[in-house]
Design a protein around this ligand. Structure first.
Ligand code: ATP
Ligand code: MG
Length: 582
């Protein structure tokens, strides 16, 4: 398995979007005037999810490509639900998909001359038209009702090396097929008794052209059309015709649909002959799907993670779903940047997960205010600090943007520090607290360690030190102290106690499910750790979805679900440095 892009170091946003074969195609069509139509944009794309699950990072790629092209070419991108599968689809999925697309920063609404247009579509809105077109195809001899059993149909389809065989019903008269089709619609038959197929070529080397099914019987309730229909159009039939009905110009999908393109063209061509739409008609283009390491995107497997309670829901911050990534603190800007940077190609490859994390750090670093958090607390007592007294310390909200001001927090006799910032017997090169050593308490005083307290089992339970009253950061005296160690701390009586969740990748294997592997064997046992941390007091004002850089630890977001006013719960978005590439 090759990783196309190992890590990202570039630090500048691309001013001009990178050229790719889709942009080249659109440029060529603009020059040729292929889609120059009086009252329609020259570029109309669409994002066509099936409302049968939650969107994931792979879908984000398709959203960025389709909505991104429409934006860059001053065209339109239609938001369309391909809802032809009544049993699997639900309104809940429609709602979350719309939410996620908006969250990613795109819209299907457009203002033209002060009037708002809404380009939100449902394939189910075309059921009448799709039905009419099927009647036309039957009448014109381009489709027929097949009444073979499912098993016979499968056996007669042949396979890669072997041509299929014509159905005994293939030469039914159009009149007979039409009568059966109308009775299918009227509900006279059970599921699977009859099916409508396009009449193309049972010997075609492309199996998709061996008389593909276009309509089937399903006595099922549809989330939008209710019980109006008991026949439903197939995806491969619905998709091209929906594109044509919506005047789509460039219909962009992933490579696995390449073999479906001949049928895409065939069905549009036949229906155009029948006068259902005018030329120019849409054309399909395929690009390589986004494959990211360390995640899985199969809807079935994601569902398994949720149903078997391996994660805590579709929006678990470890999930690659957009609702999960949002909760984790990933930003739309970082996801868009990753999609732009990984480009559009015609050959499949893998993108290392660190590329996405790199984009995330790049986006968060300038935005995120700094804050202090002690994640694994140990008490530090400043023995010579006056009991009950506090002194104010200040530090910048952001070291590179002084205009964002300062944060103010107190220091007092008892502090929380990180356990790892004290060693009774220091290892070589350890400059933090150990008996006899001096360190600076960041933004505060220099202290000298004098010893520690231990419990009956020999565990260190408190560290003692004395401070130098003239060493405070920002005062003249501070220059007289040269110390190598600089540690963070929060004042114990003032600190905000908070739940902090230390998330990491869900899988330890870069390709958890490739080659038929059981992805459950690759689960990272350390993907979630919950700690009780102490934060600087101002953090009680953190609002859900606010992101901070906890100095030395990484980026953390106030969880949008579990935070309460004055009582934020934090999720680790990403550490400061990549620890997986080592
Ligand atoms: P399935 O069809 O198996 O239910 P799907 O992931 O294809 O799953 P759709 O709802 O059909 O789900 O996807 C909507 C769009 O997102 C399609 O155009 C599809 O090609 C695109 N898409 C899905 N996964 C990726 C990916 N990893 N990279 C790029 N585009 C993707
Ligand atoms: Mg699909």
């Amino acid at each position: 398995m090759s990783n196309d892009i190992k890590s990202s170091t570039a630090n500048t946003a691309t001013p001009e979007p990178a050229a790719n074969f889709l942009r080249n195609q659109i440029d060529a069509d603009l020059v040729a005037g292929t889609y120059a139509r009086p009252d329609l944009p020259n570029v109309i794309t669409r994002f066509p999810p099936e409302p049968n699950g939650y969107l994931h990072i792979g879908h984000a790629k398709s959203i960025c490509v389709n909505f991104g092209l429409a934006r860059d070419y001053a065209g339109l991108c239609h938001m369309r639900f391909d809802d032809t599968n009544p049993e699997k689809e639900e309104q809940e999925y429609v709602d979350t998909i719309l939410d996620s697309v908006k969250w990613l920063g795109f819209t299907w609404e457009k203002e033209i001359a002060g009037a708002k247009q809404t380009h939100l579509y449902y394939a189910s809105d075309y059921f009448n038209k799709l039905y009419e077109m099927a009647e036309y195809l039957i009448t014109a001899g381009h489709a027929y009702v097949d009444s073979q059993s499912a098993a016979d149909m499968k056996a007669n389809r042949g396979n890669f090396g072997e041509p299929g065989k014509n159905s005994p019903y293939r030469d039914r008269s159009p009149a007979e097929s039409l009568d059966l089709f109308r009775r299918m619609k009227a509900g006279e038959f059970k599921d699977g008794e009859h099916i409508v197929r396009a009449k193309i070529d049972m010997a075609s080397p492309n199996i998709n052209l061996r008389d593909p099914a276009i309509y089937r019987i399903r006595h099922a309730h549809h989330h939008r059309t209710g019980d109006k229909w008991c026949i439903y159009p197939m995806y491969d039939y619905t998709h091209p015709l929906s594109d044509a009905l919506e005047n789509i110009t460039h219909s962009i999908c992933t490579l696995e649909f390449q073999d479906h393109r001949p049928f895409y063209d065939w069905v549009i061509e036949r229906c155009a002959e029948g006068g259902f739409f005018k030329k120019p008609v849409p054309h399909q283009y395929e690009f390589a799907r986004l494959n990211l390491t360390y995640i899985i995107t199969s809807k079935r497997k994601l569902r398994q993670l949720v149903e078997e309670a391996i994660v805590e829901g579709w929006d678990d911050p470890r999930m690659p779903t957009l609702v999960g990534m949002r909760r984790r603190g990933y930003t739309p800007e970082a996801i868009q940047l990753m999609c732009e940077r990984t480009g559009v190609t015609k050959s499949d490859g893998w993108i290392d997960y660190s590329v996405l994390e790199g984009c995330l750090r790049e986006d968060l670093d300038p935005k995120a205010p700094r804050a202090t958090a002690v994640l694994r607390p140990l008490k530090l007592v400043i023995d010579n600090f006056p009991e009950g007294e506090t002194v104010e310390c200040t530090s910048p909200v952001h070291p590179h943007f002084p205009e964002r001001g300062n944060r103010v927090f107190p220091i007092s006799k008892e502090l929380w520090i990180e356990q790892e910032d004290f060693m009774e017997t220091p290892s070589k090169g350890y400059f933090r607290l150990f008996p006899g050593n001096k360190v600076r308490l960041r933004y505060g005083y220099v202290v000298e360690c004098t010893g520690c307290d231990k419990d009956a089992d020999g565990n260190v339970i408190a560290v003692h030190c004395n401070y130098f009253a003239d060493s405070k950061s920002g005062t003249e005296g501070s220059a007289n102290y040269k110390v190598k160690g600089n540690i963070h701390w929060v004042s114990a009586p003032h600190a905000l106690e908070a739940e902090v969740r230390l998330f990491d990748r869900l899988f330890t294997d870069p390709n958890p499910d490739s080659g038929g592997k059981d992805f459950k064997l690759a689960l990272n046992p350390a993907s979630k750790e919950v700690v009780t941390a102490y934060l600087e007091p101002g953090m009680s004002a953190a609002m859900p979805e606010d992101v901070y850089q906890f100095e030395r630890h990484g980026y953390f977001v106030a969880d949008r679900v579990d935070s309460a006013p004055g009582k934020p719960v934090f999720n680790r978005v990403v550490t400061l440095k990549d620890s997986w590439g080592k």
